[in-house]
Design a protein around this ligand. Structure first.
Ligand SMILES: *Cc1c(COP(=O)(O)O)cnc(C)c1O
Length: 480
């Protein structure tokens, strides 16, 4: 890396064309940005990071420091930042065309990508519908499922069954299959009640070599619901590991069980692998590991290696065929997004897929290292539960493990740990009282080990913070 590359805080004022310093940038961010999924008042007092550049598994901020990207830039990054192979693929495509529409016409990279994806996803998924984010991949899945039954003359099959605590994105359709009283309270009248079944989770650090069958009793709720109301149900949607729910892995074999139940009751199975796809679970897809072919598969996040927005909804040939007919029969899926099949994103996705087979082979020792080192957290008085599937880990913290007392969400307990991690050089993005660790799968064993030093240290420091705080509270209590 040359010296010019290391300069930070060099940006150009868009209005006057002059160089601006970091303080100016921070002030503009505070004045004009509205950050996604971010409580803005708290953000503004948090001395937020402003990222300048990335290299491999690290990111540099305007403070000059390099940080481990411990959340893979929110579960997207697979091969690291500024990977020469991905960068080159992108530059080559840029020399041809940046964007053209896929409405009624094709482009070269999107065509190649559809073919490549069909080769790597579970067999039987033959059709690839591109869009630009995970939420749109889910919208397409849900609308495809409902219209499929409509086209087959079963218009009553409209409901989608989800699981409690699930997350499928933030657009209304995706929210409608993952209704949450907490996150969606202003919108509940727009979200028709849907079925949410209990989601079974592996209660503790899942053994990566655990068996591949799960207790059939875990399917009983779904079985009963489909027996009683299957005529109104179009599909079941599931995350193999609930991501935004706090990294909650379903027991191995659960997808297989759902597959059997859905097939038995003539209901489509939608698997949302937006978070779990492309290496994070230790395999191409969670479905690959269980040899399950869903009827509809949603991919996003890591599809482009985390470089550019692109998503895909894959379906079987028989679903696709239900949408063929004369124009007047109105069987077409009238759904599309302007940037669907963007050639730049497709080109970089193809490059990412080239790197996947070797990456997948490199994962077992990393997963094992993560597993071994996370075990140290079982001595932590503020750690309630540690969960892991592949390179995805979620650690729930608590006020007191002895009594099982949990933190209130307003105490932002995960955030406390993340702030300590940041001081140590590690970027995390917690959710409530869950500290999530999801390093880019390309990470080397050495980097993972160092990152884990910081990760574990952050819990020790948070424990000190909480110890001091609770003493404070006690003093206050006695004072009053
Ligand atoms: C992130 C996520 C989505 C939404 O993806 P966006 O690209 O943020 O719209 C959907 N499903 C799952 C499982 C996710 O983790």
């Amino acid at each position: 890396m040359n010296e010019a590359d290391q300069r930070i805080g060099v940006a150009i004022d868009p209005t006057h064309g002059k160089a601006v310093d970091n303080e100016q940038l921070q002030a503009w961010d505070a004045q004009h940005s509205w950050h996604p999924f971010t409580p803005m008042r708290q953000y503004l007092t948090s001395d937020p990071l402003m990222i300048v550049q990335g290299q491999g598994v690290k990111l540099q901020a305007t403070d000059g420091r390099w940080y481990y990207d411990g959340c893979s830039s929110i579960w997207l990054n697979i091969h690291g930042h500024r990977h020469p192979y991905l960068d080159t693929a992108l530059q080559r495509q840029l020399a041809k065309v940046a964007h053209v529409t896929m409405l009624g016409q094709a482009n070269v990279p999107a065509t190649l990508l559809a073919k490549r994806l069909v080769d790597v996803v579970p067999p039987g998924l033959t059709r690839c519908h591109f869009s630009d984010c995970g939420a749109t991949a889910v919208e397409i899945a849900v609308k495809t499922a409902i219209q499929y039954w409509h086209n087959l003359g079963q218009p009553k099959k409209q409901q989608i069954v989800g699981f409690e605590n699930n997350y499928h994105g933030d657009t209304l359709g995706a929210m409608a299959v993952a209704r949450s009283d907490f996150f969606h309270s202003p919108f509940l009248t727009l979200l028709p009640p849907n079925h949410q079944l209990p989601y079974p989770i592996c209660p503790d650090q899942a053994d990566p070599t655990a068996g591949e069958t799960c207790d059939p009793a875990l399917g009983q709720d779904l079985e009963t619901l489909l027996q009683q109301q299957g005529e109104q149900i179009a599909a079941v949607i599931v995350e193999p590991v609930q991501g935004a729910g706090g990294i909650l892995p379903a027991p191995p074999g659960f997808l297989q069980l759902l597959r059997q139940i859905c097939s038995r009751h003539n209901v489509l199975m939608i698997v949302d692998e937006v978070a779990t796809g492309f290496g994070h679970t230790g395999d191409w897809f969670a479905c690959t590991r269980e040899a399950v072919t869903p009827d509809i598969l949603c991919l996003g996040k890591g599809l482009s290696g985390g470089y550019l927005p692109i998503a895909a909804t894959l379906t079987t040939e028989s679903i696709y065929e239900a949408f063929l007919g004369e124009i007047a029969e109105q069987k077409t899926l009238y759904h599309g997004h302007s940037f669907a099949g963007n050639p730049l994103a497709a080109a970089v996705s193809l490059a990412s897929l080239d790197l996947m087979p070797r990456l997948i082979q490199s994962l077992p020792p990393k997963i094992e290292l993560l597993h071994r080192r996370l075990a140290a957290l079982s001595d932590q008085p503020h750690v309630w539960q540690v969960r892991q599937r592949g390179l995805m880990a979620g650690v729930t913290v608590c006020r007191d493990r002895g009594t099982g007392e949990r933190f209130h969400f307003s105490q932002r307990a995960g955030y406390v740990v993340a702030q300590h991690a940041r001081e140590l050089g590690l970027i995390l993005r917690p959710i409530g009282d869950v500290v999530i660790l999801m390093p880019p799968p390309c990470i080397s064993l050495e980097d993972l080990d160092q990152l884990l030093d910081q990760f574990l240290e952050a819990f020790d420091r948070a424990a000190e913070t909480w110890a001091t705080k609770s003493q404070d509270t006690e003093t206050q209590d006695t004072d009053t």
